[in-house]
Design a protein around this ligand. Structure first.
Ligand code: SAM
Length: 227
């Protein structure tokens, strides 16, 4: 998979995507992540990418031309262009799965007060990571890239992916590791029993129980679409 990120903070974003599983995925060549700075497509000596909003108001808005030229530089026929914006469809695991099948994604990160609306003519999708406002699209982009990359074949074990929260609309069961007793709290006996059938049963029960209490919205979907 190839990913290009349009951002005025390429170094910072590159660093944030250079540790743990994402780092290994990049080093092994499974995912190729590159950064394009809209400032490289400006002509003035200050490399200006933003200007005041028409109609007045606070803050600065990213101009359309440097963003457009940055997109154009890396766009191919098969590219899927995603703008990070609070006005986009709200991100979830299903969208992560959908995006993980794309060959080439271009993420567009805005900053300051946002972007000139006309740039939306050149994107295929608009994604919000939740109902809150971030300083820039960069942190949203990190979340989205992280969640997609771990779904790409060969990045993590199939088994880990299958048992994670949100598969089949369920939250994951509780996990424990050594020591078996810690601060007088004991790991559930069944997990120490070696009986895999019973362990499987306990985990499913816990997963259902937790989802029902914490995320009744997901539990309802599970009952309607999976069970
Ligand atoms: C400070 S925000 C601008 C918010 C905009 N003025 C508004 O009220 O919708 C700057 C940029 O951060 C990114 N951003 C902020 N919150 C986001 C979110 N929840 N999901 C995705 N991107 C977000 C977008 O690229 C946005 O244009």
């Amino acid at each position: 998979m190839k990913i290009d990120v349009i951002t005025i903070f390429p170094k910072e974003l590159d660093l944030a995507l250079s540790y743990s599983i994402i780092k290994r995925a990049r080093e092994s060549g499974i995912v190729d992540i590159n950064f394009v700075n809209p400032r490289d497509f400006t002509k003035d000596k200050h490399k200006t990418v933003d200007d005041k909003p028409y109609g007045g108001g606070s803050g600065m808005v990213l101009m359309p031309d440097p963003l457009y030229k940055a997109i154009k530089k890396v766009k191919r026929k098969s590219s899927y262009v995603v703008l990070l914006t609070p006005r986009g469809r709200v991100y979830n695991q299903k969208i992560a799965e959908e995006l993980s099948t794309k060959k080439h994604i271009i993420f567009v990160c805005a900053h300051y007060e946002g972007y000139d609306e006309r740039i939306t003519e050149f994107v295929n999708d608009e994604i919000s990571i939740g109902d809150f406002i971030l300083t820039g699209g960069e942190s949203a982009c990190i979340c989205v890239i992280d969640s997609i990359v771990r779904l790409v074949d060969g990045v993590i074990k199939d088994d880990s992916r299958k048992n994670e929260s949100f598969n089949n609309f369920l939250l994951e069961y509780p996990q424990y590791t050594r020591p078996a007793i810690w601060k007088k709290m004991k790991v559930p006996d069944v997990l120490l029993s070696g009986n895999h059938k019973e362990i499987e049963k306990w985990r499913k029960e816990k997963s259902l129980e937790i989802t029902k209490v914490r995320r009744p919205d997901l539990y309802k979907k599970y009952l309607m679409e999976v069970r």
